[in-house]
Ligand binder design. Sequence first.
Ligand SMILES: CC(C)(COP(=O)(O)OP(=O)(O)OC[C@H]1O[C@@H](n2cnc3c(N)ncnc32)[C@H](O)[C@@H]1OP(=O)(O)O)[C@@H](O)C(=O)NCCC(=O)NCCS
Length: 195
Amino acid sequence: MHKLLLDLPTRLETERLYLRSYQPGDGAWYYPMSLRNQPHLARYEAGNAVNRIKREEDAEIVVRGFAADWVARAAFFMAAFCCDTQEFAAQLYIGVVNWELPEFEVGYFADVAHEGQGYVTEAVRAALGFIFEHLGAERVRLECDDTNLRSLAVAERCGMVREAHFRLNKRHEDGTRSGTVIYGLLRSEFAVSKA
Ligand SMILES: CC(C)(COP(=O)(O)OP(=O)(O)OC[C@H]1O[C@@H](n2cnc3c(N)ncnc32)[C@H](O)[C@@H]1OP(=O)(O)O)[C@@H](O)C(=O)NCCC(=O)NCCS
């Protein structure tokens, strides 16, 4: 099916969270969220748009960009909120690797105040359902710094398979070097994990 004809849910629910796509007006909360998460994202998410936000208007531009990407099927960004407190817990990113296979990639960060509570694992599992069941993926991939132990643990809790390890292939701003682990998950493996 053509990507623009896909009817995609813009809200997903899990045991403790709801995930939704971004919409105009989200800049009001995205701005303070960004400021409090910038130090937390500096090492492993240096390129994240959150790190470029200096004013509320910047945040509104970012979330409207996410909303536009969703409509164009260029990328799928979702915010995860706790059902009980309505607080922002994590952001999920689903990028398009290619529509022909199709293959997607997943990325994420936890809100610094919501780390270590299993919210990212819960949200990634929901995102995998969206990717396989609604986007029709054959494969999902995840790229992870090999020193990012918390992120490696998320991938492995979600049943992703370690497919490659590029050693010492990047240099961080502080001069330290690290490698990259590539994880993959096939449609057949996801189906087994759901059964
Ligand atoms: C990587 C990152 C997203 C991992 O977040 P996280 O909070 O550790 O991951 P989860 O939400 O799955 O939480 C897992 C922890 O919650 C605990 N937990 C508590 N309740 C849980 C539950 N119901 N289910 C699962 N885990 C639970 C787990 O035991 C685990 O604890 P541990 O840290 O002591 O091992 C986070 O560290 C982060 O945002 N880092 C900066 C950005 C980044 O690196 N992004 C990834 C780039 S690839």
